[in-house]
Write a protein that binds this ligand. Structure first.
Ligand code: PHE
Length: 454
């Protein structure tokens, strides 16, 4: 059952952080925070990160490292041979296709922005032009699909050739670089006139803005950002070293991930409040129309700096998106390879083609197919809804029930203490969360939503 193509000695933090840090932090987080009124959303999101996201990440690590098998075999084996748990193996495949299909659309936009930066296409434009350009780009029936296909092909090749390890190594250098760029941009953004309004938008909670959907959205964002609930990290944890401290590593990834999200909010919101014509709640376009403005405003007097800075920044963003999308495709490829004996290249090729078709539908929902709606949502929003607000919380709930109630507690203790070699002072808290707090909390949030819809 060895997954020969995926790095065997890769550091736990590096692999998981590569999957976690991506467009979820830099694009989806500001979008959701903006749509849900700012600080109050941020507060709930951070609480969910700590109380649900990190414990579920620890749980996925435990399952993967303990069983060293594919997801369905892990659950089957660890449950002591209960067949129903095998079905958990379906979550990563179904979710892998859905999430990659719409994620690749946004990753494609990022690649296009890197290209436009490269040909200096942003120079001298006004804020209104950035908005118009973006809207006409994403509603075009052909262009964004081409960029999306490019991303999916690069992604498919990386997974098919089994060079993830190389990519993760590259990420080791590029992730910190991205982080430095982000910190510089926070400084720039906060120095813009009117930035203080953006700062209070993010940190001064206005609880009158808390609407019904905010809690489910914050939970979905926390899960999405950490890549938890889909058993994606179980697959990664198979390759973790026996001496990795699972709890500490999950906590570190959680902190890094939250920090990147908050910093990216600190770039976007001060700029949004400083630049005329932008609003925090404008949806998926928010980051894409704000960033070029920040580059132009801040480095306005130094065109070469503006050019280089935006080019490198978008390239790093593409890289961050790729390390996440690799983990999405890996979920489906691992399934076909391990459960159906399909060769990894074929599995990767077929999965990429499926994602291209589904992704094209998501992309078209911004233009040609904007009227095609299911449950009042276009394909892009629908896929996002199914993944973040249904599959991830349900997956997280099942993972908690599994480790909290089904698996022998000794397994948990052994994995978390590395067979008695580590001290784990937080173990009782973790155990309480997965047995009681997380299942009840997730169930209540769902019950509340159903009640609201009824
Ligand atoms: N966590 C990734 C991000 O923030 C997205 C992701 C979701 C990756 C689910 C894998 C699985 O961009």
């Amino acid at each position: 059952m060895a997954k020969e193509n995926f790095g065997s000695k890769i550091g736990a933090i590096l692999a998981a952080a590569g999957s976690a840090v991506g467009l979820g932090n830099i694009w989806r987080f500001p979008t959701e925070t903006g749509e849900h009124g700012g600080a109050a959303f941020l507060l709930i999101y951070v609480a969910f990160m700590l109380l649900l996201g990190v414990p579920i990440m620890v749980s996925e690590f435990v399952i993967g490292r303990h069983s060293q098998r594919s997801v369905s075999d892990s659950f089957y084996m660890m449950s002591g041979g209960k067949r129903a748990w095998r079905l958990m193996g379906l979550i990563p495949v179904v979710a892998g296709f859905l999430v990659l299909s719409y994620y690749a659309v946004v990753a494609g936009w990022t690649l296009y922005y890197a290209f436009t930066s490269g040909i200096n296409g942003f120079a001298g434009k006004t804020p209104e032009q950035f908005v118009d350009d973006f809207n006409s780009f994403i509603s075009d029936p052909v262009q964004p699909i081409i960029w999306m296909v490019a991303i999916l092909i690069i992604n498919g090749l990386i997974v098919a050739l089994g060079v993830q390890r190389g990519i993760e190594r590259g990420a080791k250098i590029m992730m910190p670089m991205l982080f430095v760029f982000i910190v510089i941009l926070v400084g720039c953004s906060l120095s813009l006139p009117g930035a203080a309004d953006g700062f209070s938008f993010m940190f001064k909670p206005d609880f009158s803005k808390v609407d019904h959907g905010i809690v489910l959205s914050a939970m979905g964002q926390a899960f999405f950002s950490l890549s938890v609930g889909l058993c994606c990290l179980c697959t990664y944890a198979c390759y973790f070293r026996k001496d990795a401290n699972l709890m500490k590593d999950a906590l570190s990834v959680g902190c890094i991930d939250t920090m990147v999200a908050i910093f990216s909010g600190l770039i976007i919101f001060p700029a949004v409040f400083s630049i005329q014509g932008l609003t925090p709640g404008q949806g998926p376009s928010l980051v894409f129309v704000t960033l070029p403005n920040v580059f132009q405003h801040v480095f306005g007097g130094m065109p070469l700096v503006a050019y280089l800075f935006s080019l490198v920044f978008y390239l790093l963003l593409v890289m961050a998106a790729l390390t996440s999308s690799i983990s999405m495709l890996e979920m489906a490829v691992a399934y076909f390879h391990e459960n159906h004996g399909m060769n990894r290249r074929t599995a990767s090729g077929i999965s990429t083609v499926v994602c291209i078709v589904l992704g094209a539908a998501c992309s078209l929902s911004f233009g040609l197919w904007s009227d095609v709606k299911l449950f009042d949502m276009g394909f892009f929003d629908l896929f996002d809804f199914i993944v973040c607000k249904l599959i991830m919380p349900i997956g997280g709930l099942l993972i908690c029930i599994f480790l909290g109630w089904v698996v022998d507690e000794q397994v948990l203790k052994d994995e978390l203490t590395n067979y008695g070699r580590l001290r784990t002072p937080y173990y009782p808290v973790y155990r309480f969360i997965i047995r009681y707090f997380a299942p009840i909390c997730i169930a209540l949030i769902f019950a509340n939503e159903l009640f609201r819809l009824a």
